[in-house]
Ligand binder design. Structure first.
Ligand SMILES: O=c1ccn([C@H]2C[C@H](O)[C@@H](COP(=O)(O)OP(=O)(O)OP(=O)(O)O)O2)c(=O)[nH]1
Ligand SMILES: [Mg+2]
Length: 153
């Protein structure tokens, strides 16, 4: 099934000198989002900046969400991850897609104009009806144990 999602171009460079986000290979889970900034931006260790992607999407369907995730190379090699760790885009959001970039590393990092800074994954979402109970229907093997109850190794 093909899912259609509307988008708006907010920065005229997108699709011209800055490449449009796209699935890089047939099996790609995410599209790389690009920094639509006016000049290269140096982010100091510990600093967080909000970077526009030059576009908006409207998922429209409450059964969909978009997640913004770090790119592994940027995160692992340069400590450039997301200030909110994961960005969650609601299906009713119509505003500019923004990426919060956090330099959790120990060296300054310069984001270039049009650089691929994060990736966006479209995911299915369920909104169940929640029902309050005083006891759950069936006791499980785990019960209330958690947070390392099974040991660490
Ligand atoms: O990395 C992100 C995270 C969020 N958003 C946009 C889309 C999302 O639908 C909206 C609200 O995000 P969220 O609900 O995570 O933030 P909030 O702090 O709860 O704000 P709000 O009160 O507007 O819901 O902000 C982004 O553009 N980038
Ligand atoms: Mg919210």
């Amino acid at each position: 099934m093909t899912i259609q999602v509307e988008y708006k171009i907010l920065d005229k460079r997108l699709g011209n000198e800055i490449e449009m986000p796209h699935y890089g290979t047939p099996g790609s889970a995410g599209l790389d989002l690009r920094a639509c900034i006016d000049e290269a931006m140096t982010i100091e260790p510990g600093q967080t900046v909000l970077i526009p992607t030059g576009m908006a999407i409207h998922l429209d369907d409450p059964g969909l969400a978009a997640m913004l995730l770090p790119r592994s190379g940027l995160g692992h090699k340069h400590g450039m991850v997301l200030g909110n760790l994961v960005g969650l885009i609601d299906s009713d959001y119509q505003g500019p897609l923004m990426v919060s970039m956090w330099n959790r590393g120990s060296a300054a990092y310069t984001v270039e104009i049009g650089e691929r800074i994060a990736q966006m994954v479209i995911v299915p979402v369920l909104q169940p009806v929640f029902t309050e109970v005083s006891e759950f229907g069936e006791a499980t093997q785990r019960g209330q144990s958690g947070f390392g109850s099974t040991g660490s190794r």
